[in-house]
Ligand binder design. Structure first.
Ligand code: MG
Length: 338
């Protein structure tokens, strides 16, 4: 038992070490579900003869409007992507809005319009919701919880524990854009206006990938904690070592420059339209080719591989030829990023 005086910190919500600890020590011991234990992006279970994926997320991003998106599209696509990461076809969505008293009605309408467009783009339908208003100061503007349901096809088995030695690691494009876009907007940093969030629905891309291969073993979207956190989660869940090549990591010059100026390692910066896929080496090129034909995968790249030995560790081969360990993020880099 922890001391009664211990408090929740922002870092407990960062997607890094403290969050993992909180989940393992406080949350999981209360719920014995073997489905939950897998800690996949969506729970997958059978109902009758259908396999269903189900997921829930809350969105507290600050600011609520940012280049490349807003809290509405983020809530829809974030949930769509968590369904897609287990190979599910997203079908239905519910949304809960928690609004602070005094919030502009026109801003709410703008967010709802964005939700409508985002649903159309991802081919998902809002079928339910809830609305709460809290006193001024009890919440910041608006928070959104979204839950989604999808269907998993026969023969699709994608799980965080599925990566195996030899698998190639593929990313579908430029890293670190969402985190830097949010920071640029929030702190008024005046970096190039070309920095936009990569927020996007990935279900169409995943569908293309699965239509050419049944050897996509693992997928996850590197949101909070970035690529580094997800690689570590998968190295642990699959009990493997992962090697990543620094000179293969796709990044725009402007984001790279912003990260350098701010002292951020782009591997730890959030993405909202990226996925990491672990694919058997025989199928990796075919999957890569199919991804590059999709608008959300044009800059797809093999960035690394699963290596033998060195279990549960992620290594980076640097561009100057050295090797270093990529650890799980420890502190809080950017709160309220999504
Ligand atoms: Mg996810």
């Amino acid at each position: 038992m922890k001391k009664n005086s211990e408090r929740i910190l922002l870092a407990h919500g960062s997607g890094g070490k403290l969050m993992q600890e909180l989940i393992q020590e406080s949350i999981l011991p209360n719920f014995k579900s073997p489905i939950l234990k897998k800690l996949n992006d969506s729970a997958v279970f059978s109902l009758g003869n259908k396999r269903i994926a189900y997921t829930t997320d809350s969105y507290v991003v600050n600011p609520i409007f940012f280049p490349g998106g807003d809290i509405g599209s983020l809530a829809v696509w974030g949930t769509v992507n968590d369904l897609a990461m287990v190979g599910a076809q997203p079908l239905y969505l519910t949304l809960s809005l928690i609004i602070e008293e005094g919030f502009l009605r026109s801003d709410l309408d703008r967010i709802l319009f964005s939700i409508k467009r985002a649903c159309r783009k991802a081919d998902i339908e809002v079928v339910g919701g809830d609305l709460k208003v809290v006193e001024k100061g009890s919440a910041d503007k608006i928070f959104i919880n979204s839950s989604g349901v999808g269907m998993v096809s026969k023969g699709v088995n994608i799980s965080a524990c599925g990566a195996r030695a030899g698998d190639k690691v593929i990313i579908n494009g430029y890293m670190a854009e969402h985190g830097i876009a949010i920071l640029n907007e929030r702190e008024n940093l005046k970096f190039s206006t070309k920095i936009k969030s990569d927020s996007a629905p990935l279900n169409g891309l995943v569908k293309d990938m699965l239509s050419v291969s049944r050897s996509v073993h693992t997928m996850r979207d590197p949101t909070r904690g970035g690529v580094a956190a997800v690689l570590n989660e998968i190295a642990q869940a699959s009990n493997v070592g992962i090697l990543v090549y620094e000179d293969k990591l796709p990044m725009t010059e402007v984001v790279k420059g912003a990260c350098e100026m701010l002292g951020f390692d782009p591997l730890y910066v959030a993405n909202e339209g990226k996925l990491l896929a672990f694919v058997s080496p025989e199928d990796a090129e075919t999957v890569l080719e199919s991804m590059r034909k999709n608008p959300y995968g044009r800059k797809s790249q093999i960035i690394g591989e699963v290596v033998r030995g060195s279990k549960r560790t992620v290594f980076l081969k640097t561009s100057i030829g050295g090797t270093r360990i990529i650890d799980m993020p420890s502190g809080e880099q950017l709160p309220r990023i999504c």
